[in-house]
Design a protein around this ligand. Sequence first.
Ligand code: 6PG
Length: 475
Amino acid sequence: TQARIGVTGLAVMGANLARNLARHGHVVAVHNRSRHRTKTLVEEHGHEGAFVPCETPEELVAALERPRRLLVMVKAGAPTDAVIEEFAPLLEPGDMLVDGGNAHFADTRRREAALRERGIHFVGAGVSGGEEGALLGPSIMPGGSAEAYAALGPLLEDIAAKVDGVPCCTHIGPDGAGHFVKMVHNGIEYADMQLIAEAYDLLRQGLGLSPAELAEVFAEWDRGELSSYLIEITAEVLRQTDAATGRPFVDVVADRAEQKGTGRWTVQIALDLGVPVSGIAEAVFARAVSGHAELRSAARDLPGPAAPAAGAAGEGFAEDVRQALHASKIVAYAQGFDQIRAGSDEYGWDVDPGALAAIWRGGCIIRAAFLDRIREAYAADPAPVSLLLAPYFTDALARAQGPWRRVVARAAELGVPAPGFSTALAYYDALRAERLPAALIQGQRDFFGAHTYRRVDREGAFHTLWSGDRTETEA
Ligand code: 6PG
């Protein structure tokens, strides 16, 4: 029998996706550049399903039923191009090459266009959920042609996570759409993690709670509207004790957050698209600040407020922080979905944000009950100006705004950095503002550069003769 699908690149993500496919009864041809991985996979997991081990690209291609489906699971960047170059000459028109790595969507667009010329469908698929998700059910975001999705979709939907029986996989849109939304998913992931980290820091410093006590707070939050995978694992991490020292695990980990780049890309692209994703940007910058060892050590003795006494933040603070976290999270997600709409408009992808929210309910790192609220908001109004204006979120923000303001003020008083909470609140207040000081900025621009301004009461562009008699001229 010929294999239904092939997987090349058998590091943990590729191996786990191959196992997931095999466990669902699909014959999977497996290949890796260095052969030992192929051998190990089949030796250790051969009993889980039908694997066809292949030693060479030619063997792999020959093992596949036609049109061929080949999933590439290698490091994003040059390795992906190398694998494409290796396999494309062996494929035939109508075959499908799926890139399940964290590729930059611009690379995916380039690759898709080049392979389309050769009649090959290139599918850039975002895959989220980490190692465990790959094995037990990830959230899958495939881009590419509708024709390719028709041939691949059922297989991918089969191995994806399910929520209420609905697979966490849907066709996102043409060419780079899948990798674009995966990129923004990761940006949102960064923002969510940053907000949770700020909540932890504020509670620890403001209330003097231990990591073990904080684990209980997060476990409790996980039972409410914040219920999510990231809150759940936060409780797990905080509960952990370091075996070597007996200290809380979180206290023995170096406080420098690393990144592989998808969050940074999200912000870079948002700047190009002109979409304010301040929550994601602050999260990327907060990781950067944490990593600046020299700067941090040089600045260590800058004065701050007197150290707060344990419990200084007072009663009700934990609930305030919970509300502030919820409100800030709503802002960060709304901004991410704005970026998806902007990208979709820019590239003509026609991404369905409600369908996307639905497939993020399970399998992925940001999976949460919250995504169902977003799905519902888009079901009620497919094109809201902002998710913040959907009734559920407007109500939540109205309820949270008191606590949210108290927490941001308290953070400033305590000297605890809360860039995520602060920027989210600033965004909310900027949207609410009847007048923004942008008018003053326009005046400054016109003053030094004759950049002109518009008026509130008349059409046209105007310039004031700042260095002359200061009369206004129509530009
Ligand atoms: C996922 C994750 C994953 C990502 C890691 C690491 O959806 O499963 O987003 O794709 O690679 O979270 O990202 P950083 O190293 O940039 O934190």
